[in-house]
Design a protein around this ligand. Structure first.
Ligand code: AP5
Ligand code: MG
Length: 208
């Protein structure tokens, strides 16, 4: 199972990925999570990426593409991967295709989790993430339902940054829907329904 998850900020890519990983044991490659870990650990990449992320802009392609190439080469990614938040523009999509073809691998499907922007703003203002295990929940979770860790709000979930992220999505990432349609591998689910209903549709769309 080699899948690309597409969708606006807050569409539920991470939420659905979490479930697929638990049920099917594939590698979850979220560039957002990898970059946030780099920022937290103050690595060279993290220092370079932080300003872009805080502003809701894309981190430069050369930094992100290198990160994904490295991650795709790790052991757990050999039996399948879920790319979440990558590619984010056409240059990244082309780089991914060429890297996978060098590895003798392919993308089985690009799955769009489709949600209107009004719903997104509401969701992101109430999103909370576990500091310890990375579980994604909402403001209703006082502590992490998985590990009891502390839940926090992402810096880029503030309203002014969310607006930039949505603009960047529309101008740079949304064109990938046509890109993957052109490759004959686009699938789509309506992400504006309860999480379990979306998940059932995700599995159906991916023939799982
Ligand atoms: P990234 O971390 O990828 O953020 P994003 O794409 O903006 O997506 P999100 O993680 O915000 O949303 P999601 O779709 O995962 O939604 P979630 O499941 O959490 O990127 C962050 C930054 O890193 C970027 O701005 C950029 O700077 C940089 N970056 C990352 N990748 C890059 C790349 N490739 N190139 C360059 N820069 C890059 O759900 C959201 C909320 O909704 C949660 O609270 C959840 O509980 C709730 N929810 C989910 N599904 C449902 C449902 N069905 N019904 C009700 N609520 C729901
Ligand atoms: Mg996410």
């Amino acid at each position: 199972m080699n899948i690309v998850l597409l969708g606006a900020p807050g569409a539920g890519k991470g939420t659905q990925a979490q479930r697929l990983v638990e049920e099917f044991g594939v590698a979850h490659i979220s560039t957002g999570d990898l970059l946030r870990a780099a920022v937290k650990n103050q690595t060279e990449l993290g220092v370079q990426a932080k300003g872009y992320m805080d502003a809701g802009q894309l981190v430069p392609d050369e930094l992100v593409i290198g990160l994904v190439k490295e991650r795709l080469g790790e052991d757990d990614a050999q039996k399948g991967f879920l790319l979440d938040g990558f590619p984010r523009n056409t240059a990244q999509a082309v780089a991914l295709d060429s890297e996978l073809s060098e590895m003798g691998r392919d993308i089985d499907a690009a799955l769009l989790v489709d949600v209107a922007s009004e719903v997104i703003i509401e969701r992101l203002s109430s999103r909370r993430v576990c500091r310890d295990c990375g579980y994604t929940g909402t403001a209703a979770d006082e502590s992490c339902p998985r590990c009891s860790g502390e839940m926090y709000q992402r810096d880029d979930d503030k309203p002014e940054t969310v607006k930039n992220r949505l603009d960047v999505y529309e101008s740079q990432t949304a064109p990938l829907v046509e890109y993957y349609k052109g490759h004959g591998i686009l699938k789509s689910v309506d992400g504006d329904r309860p999480m379990d209903v979306v998940y059932a549709d995700v599995k159906e769309a991916l023939a799982l």
